[in-house]
Design a protein around this ligand. Structure first.
Ligand code: CDP
Length: 242
């Protein structure tokens, strides 16, 4: 059995942040599978609420109403066969999460502090006990500042746009690369400028640039960081620093 998933070893919290299209979901899922840990795609949670807000015609700048919506809906998440599924009050919304319309809506919804407070609290509950890989924008800074392994995963803007474009084309969505690039820049800007839960590389996060790397190469780098942390015999600050 892999040493890290061995029950004798402590169960780590692994936090991965980075901009859209950096490859966080693919890599985080692989890390979780390799270690037998739980995986949480926090972007999918924001996306699910963006879908609901659109269905209910809630204005995306009405932060209070969005917050009330977030706290009154029951959200369940589940991963099966490599698909991260989201259910709202028992209804599956997975198919609607990664459409251009949701891309446009989620960047505005993610600015709502009341929404963020609801989701951060759910995410912290999920992390209790460790043995979890979580990815998003504010995981290393807000949701799991106590994570043993923190990664800031990035890649060139053009490469990120190409990856996202390919993903959309594979789903049969006909969209220009230029349009995807524009949308990505816009989301980067919004992720960096919001007051609360903005995308930031915290000091103790390890920077990994995935440009030109395969997901398996990035996986190997993260597993190596986990090995170092798991073999640490002390929690003293500065000990076993990555
Ligand atoms: O997969 P991609 O990087 O394109 O996006 P995502 O991770 O699914 O996140 C969707 C949106 O939710 C992003 O545009 C972020 O603005 C927002 N988000 C956030 O604000 N905080 C998180 N922890 C995760 C996502």
């Amino acid at each position: 059995m892999n040493r890290l998933s061995d029950r004798k070893h402590r169960k780590l919290k692994i936090a991965i942040d980075g901009p859209a299209g950096a490859g966080k979901s693919t890599v985080a899922r692989k890390v979780a599978r390799a270690l037998g840990y739980l995986y949480l795609d926090t972007g999918a949670m924001y996306r699910a609420l963006a879908v609901l807000a659109r269905e209910r015609n809630i204005s995306l700048d009405d932060h209070e109403t969005l917050g009330a919506m977030a706290s009154s809906v029951k959200m369940d998440v589940r991963e099966d066969n490599g698909v991260f599924r989201v259910f709202l009050d028992g209804r599956e919304v997975t198919d609607k999460l990664r459409t251009p319309e949701t891309d446009r809506a989620v960047k505005l919804l993610a600015m709502s502090r009341p929404v963020r407070e609801v989701l951060v609290s759910l995410q912290r509950k999920f992390a209790e006990g460790g043995g979890v890989v979580m990815e998003g924008r504010d995981i290393t800074s807000v949701v799991m500042p106590d994570a043993e392994v923190k990664v800031f995963l990035t890649a060139d803007l053009e490469e990120r746009a190409r990856r996202r474009w390919k993903e959309l084309r594979e789903k049969g969505i006909d969209i220009d690369l230029e349009e995807v690039l524009h949308e990505l820049k816009e989301r980067d800007r919004k992720d960096l400028e919001r007051d609360w839960g903005r995308l930031v590389k915290v000091d103790d996060a390890v920077l990994i640039d995935s440009t030109g790397k395969t997901p398996d190469e990035v996986l190997a780098e993260i597993l190596r960081l986990c090995e170092v942390k798991a073999s640490c015999s002390t929690d003293l600050p500065g000990a076993c620093s990555l």
